[in-house]
Unconditional design. Structure first.
Length: 276
């Protein structure tokens, strides 16, 4: 009123400005519907194989490393669902825009480059939801998915998943910023994807890691992406340990975002050196 801009108006304006980048990410997935369809089919097959393989591995054993067969199968299915949505091969359009020289236009926009890319990444993840939902449906049909043991575990795991997604989005953008120093980022992206899949527990749960390696991986940011949310989902974290897990996830998100800001400041100077 009276021409005064309130904080709510400012926030609303910023969110409206970022909506276009979110839609761009979402539509970039739907634009290639055949690719999305094959992604759904491929992940359904992967889910069926994951359930079959883990059940064969547990054949004749009720538990391995203290983990029941049903838990291991459910973990494999849920980890695959999360990974299929939030860890695509294409992390960000930033490297392509740097390569094509479009980054100069992005830097002149009223919204920061970081917020532009995070909004676009959020849209991409939402666009890929059908892949994860299809895998989850198959896992449920095969009896390979367990529900959380309590409402507290369900709520805490939901919060943990959101923190894990924030962690993934931030690290993905950090890795993408390598494009400011080298135009060839394919090798780095592939190395990061496989390292992240292993260290996050997407491929092998940390339960089955060597005892000397578990504490090391448990302190890295990658375990906060998939292993931490699913460990809460299956009720293996209680009381102070549960709070500590969520606090560690939040701490990594904040630390990574600060690091992202620092890297971006260096990248800006790099663009100036290269002439924009």
């Amino acid at each position: 009123m009276n021409g005064v801009i309130t904080p709510a108006d400012t926030l609303g304006t910023r969110l409206t400005g970022l909506r276009g980048f979110y839609r761009a990410g979402y539509r970039s997935v739907l634009a290639y519907r055949a690719d999305l369809l094959f992604g759904v089919i491929g992940f359904v097959i992967q889910t069926v194989l994951a359930v079959a393989v883990w059940r064969v591995l547990y054949d004749g054993h009720d538990e391995v490393a203290g983990v029941a067969s049903s838990t291991a199968v459910a973990y494999a299915v849920l980890a695959g669902c999360i990974q299929s949505v939030v860890m695509p091969w294409q992390f960000s359009s930033l490297p392509q825009r740097v390569f094509r020289g479009q980054i100069g236009v992005d830097m002149m926009r009223p919204r920061s480059l970081i917020s532009q890319n995070l909004a676009q990444a959020a849209g991409t993840m939402v666009g890929r939801l059908p892949i994860g939902v299809a895998g989850l449906a198959v896992g449920l049909a095969l009896g390979g998915v367990q529900a959380p043991r309590s409402l507290l575990d369900l709520f805490a795991s939901a919060v943990s998943i959101l923190l894990g997604i924030a962690n993934i989005m931030t690290i993905n953008l950090l890795v993408s910023m390598i494009a400011f120093w080298t135009l060839e980022t394919g090798g780095v992206m592939i190395l990061y994807r496989f390292a992240s899949a292993f260290l996050s527990g997407a491929l092998i749960p940390l339960w089955f890691m060597p005892e000397w390696l578990q504490p090391i991986i448990g302190r890295l940011p990658f375990q906060a992406q998939i292993y931490a949310p699913l460990s809460i989902w299956f009720g293996t974290r209680h009381g102070g340990e549960l709070i500590g897990t969520l606090a560690l996830q939040l701490g990594w998100v904040l630390a990574l975002f600060v690091l992202l800001q620092l890297v971006w400041r260096r990248a800006v100077h790099r663009v100036v050196v290269l002439g924009g």
